[in-house]
Design a protein around this ligand. Sequence first.
Ligand SMILES: [Zn+2]
Length: 226
Amino acid sequence: MSILRIHVLGSPVLRQVTKEVAPVTDEHRQLIDDMFETMYAAHGIGLAAPQIGRTERIAVVDVDEQAYAIVNPVIVENDADPVKGEEGCLSIPDVYGDVARPERVKIRALDRDGNPFEIDAEGLLARCLQHEIDHLDGRMFIDHLSVLRRKAALAKLDDAALTRTWKLSKGGAQMYSAPRNYVLRVWCLNHLVHHRAQVCVYLRLLNVPVPAVYFNSADEPAWIFD
Ligand SMILES: [Zn+2]
């Protein structure tokens, strides 16, 4: 087994909709084992394939010693009344926010051996399963927050953690100007966020003096990640 690199906010794979797995092969079983090891090493309770750069519809969870590998999971029933609960994500270090989700869900999935099974979950397990299934559809928990709450949450991003894990492609980053200084608009995850720390991380990675501003002549700002 091996510990895989966890992709963080900004990596495009986190926004991809995953592909169904059929059939479940030894390669998938290896991936599942590696995902469990990676999740435990990172002290997480759930991990979805996009978080380690893969596009298979696979996630793993372990809540209160209930560990499941779920392949091609679908939510077949959910409680009508959402309840709020705090969530975090290994792909968004040190950021937390309250997300409203159904308290109970029933999930149908394939297990590690490719056999269909169901999970009747409530509480934290139900929340975790929904969070991971969101990942498989290219969604992250911050998408459930209001714009203001999302901005407030992202302002807490630990840019040191991001510096460690983000990697620029050869194309580098293109930046978008703002009226003043280096408060830039960052096009990130299909959401326009204003976040100075993210910009500073990129400028540092590019060895550009922080106050510098790059003008992008294209109409659309584009950040190119790993
Ligand atoms: Zn997550």
